[in-house]
Ligand binder design. Sequence first.
Ligand SMILES: NC(=O)c1ccc[n+]([C@@H]2O[C@H](COP(=O)([O-])OP(=O)(O)OC[C@H]3O[C@@H](n4cnc5c(N)ncnc54)[C@H](OP(=O)(O)O)[C@@H]3O)[C@@H](O)[C@H]2O)c1
Length: 249
Amino acid sequence: MDTTGVSLTGRTALITGAARRIGRATALALARQGVHVVVHYHQSAPEALALCEEIRGLGVSAWPVQGDLMDSAQTEAIFRTAAAQAGTLDILVNNASMFEKDTLWDATEESIRENMRVHAVAPLILSRTLARQGRPAHIVNLLDTRVAVYDREHASYDLSKNVLLTLTHMLALELAPQVAVNAVAPGSILPPPGMGIDYLTKLTYANPLNRHGEPEDIAAAVLFLVRSRFITGQVIYVDGGLHLKGHIY
Ligand SMILES: NC(=O)c1ccc[n+]([C@@H]2O[C@H](COP(=O)([O-])OP(=O)(O)OC[C@H]3O[C@@H](n4cnc5c(N)ncnc54)[C@H](OP(=O)(O)O)[C@@H]3O)[C@@H](O)[C@H]2O)c1
């Protein structure tokens, strides 16, 4: 019996924040496996439209869907629009993210609320709406190795990603047996928008493998999880082993 996983051909996926960077690599990796992709975006309309063209060139369907995940009504509308275009959805990748500096000393109620909305409330709304389809599906949440490695310079972000970690475990139990819920926790993959590659090279010493990863490394972990038939509630750290060290600086 083949236990390596299921074929993804003909499946449908919704990926949030998919127009650029890791989301884009994940969308292309799924499309190359024959998955039809809903490319959610917020502000990157030209990139989302170009990605949809590229995905269609691979012989599968692609649809752009715009919306602000800070807003619950818009988050629900994103799913409705995605499902209206793609039919039912088989895969949800909660990838969209904001990454702003603050510490526990200066974090505001607003910064905590915004991070929680994008990284926890929106994934919850999308996940339970997916589950209400009443059919088998996979959810992958994008965490951060910082859930294991406290980063005092990104406190609101780290806090909200830890909520998403807990939510991954809760949803894995709550949505079983129909829906598998897993997570990928990247380490150094891409510099934050506006920062150069120096940002990453300065940090490579911190992880045991002494290098940074590529968006395709994250996409490969997502692919592995959505092809699995017997994994739920799992976190794959794709971080060169940084999570083992317990500190980032
Ligand atoms: N990059 C890394 O090295 C790294 C390291 C650790 C963890 N991660 C995690 O991996 C995932 C992907 O990382 P990334 O660096 O590729 O992400 P990113 O560039 O920081 O964000 C991805 C997309 O999220 C969307 N987004 C932000 N705020 C939104 C909102 N209010 N509503 C809807 N969409 C919104 C943006 O879409 P638009 O451009 O369309 O506005 C953005 O392009 C994230 O969850 C991140 O936390 C990344």
